[in-house]
Design a protein around this ligand. Sequence first.
Ligand code: GLC
Ligand code: CA
Length: 521
Amino acid sequence: MSATWLNNAIFYEIYPQSFCDSNGDGIGDIPGIISKLDYVKSLGCNALWINPCFDSPFKDAGYDVRDYKKVAPRYGTNEDLQQLFQVAHEKGIHVLLDLVPGHTSEEHPWFLESAKAEKNEYSDRYIWTSNAFMPGDGMPFVGGEFPRNGTYILNFFKCQPALNYGYLKKNFNWQKSMDDPACQATLEAMLDVMRFWLDLGCDGYRVDMAASLVKNDDEAYSGTSKIWKKVREMLDAEYPEAALLAEWNMPQFSLKAGFDMDFYLDWYGNGYSSLMRDYEGNMDSEIRQPNNSYFKRDAKSDVSRFLADYLPKYEASKQDGLWCFITCNHDSLRPAPALDVEELKLAYAFLFTMPGAPFVYYGDEIGMRYRKLPTHEGGYHRTGSRTPMQWAPGKNLGFSKAEPEKLYLPVDPDLDAPTVAEQEEDPDSLLQFTRTLLHLRLDTPDLQAYSPFEVVSAKEGERLFAYRRGKLLCAVNPSEQWQSLALDGDYETLFFYGDCTIKDGALILDGPAFAVLKPAN
Ligand code: GLC
Ligand code: CA
């Protein structure tokens, strides 16, 4: 069963610390988000995903949760978050929170209990080996920090001990099987967290590292999938309209395990990467040349690498849910400045007319640029994609009234740093283009989540790519060269950008252009 509202959902990802600071302490907060909901709505977005906003020591920007049931004071209170749900709902916006089920902060009270020498209720909530000198059977581990005579397994950074959902295949006695009561208790604790915010009005969860729960899992993730099926059973019974979105990037597994959606993530060198981030240094952000991304005007690439990756997984999963395109996220390099504004327009036109539910990362709608910055809160190369939202020219680009040195991260100092206010006034801006396309999608059932997708033209070495969504025909040409597509019937234009003409039974895209055609009747 799937949440019915997803068919027409368009998401906006908000990184709460960088979106809007309402009280001048330099950090974005929940009242700030509430004050910008009309803006989000005006874009055409009707759903939010908010990165973790829970109590945390912030060694991984909040993905190290210390209290799942408490909003981090720097963002506000639980009441503020409830208020956000309510105001969002009044505006027709659904809200997903970020659930981090695979690990907690090393400061979480469960972990501190489990680290004690004396056995207690939480001793097996995390994965501990049987003595302080024992390595982690291939997993990263930490020893020598606590009285307990064991080492503990990490799920990500050192500050993120792995919660214990058991092992599919056990090699050692300290590894519990999935049906061990301690592992069942971990799942119960996570269901309890989910219910807590769902009862207060949240509409579901983006699930962090969703594939990571069961250790020594098989290649089809059957152990971890079993857990998500149980979560789905609970949701179906108690919250049938709640949506579950995986950070997994394997829709062939995640959607069968009960997720409504999965992301198509930028995994260096994969199909998505070949469209927008095909350059050396994608991970360390230094080198952007040569950029051979499909959407780069003068690149030589066609869509073959994208299709080879996308099509089999799309076909294998389309019955089960949505595999979703993102402009970017808090872990990837922003597409700008590697792509310029015109290139971004074509890339977005493509992303927003594909199946699934599209995700706009805050600021990508105005072409906010990746910045080379020192690491902050465990960001490393990701830090440069997490800078404050650029609302308007002037102090801190409208993000905060704080003194600049107090900001979560510095705002883009470029004199031509894009802002919302300026782009609102410019009919040719990326902001207006994004808005137009998202509204086109909202108003056009054939462009929405489940409407069928089919490749029409993707010739080897050719820059033109054409695809069908329902009865509509979409075509993109990212290059300066003239491209044409023979049409299989009479069409008229529903939307176009750039130089597009229909002539003698062909669609001609002369230079960078994008068109959506509908059958003439
Ligand atoms: C996910 C998050 C990332 C975080 C990691 C550990 O990949 O998106 O930001 O650092 O998980 O929780
Ligand atoms: Ca604040």
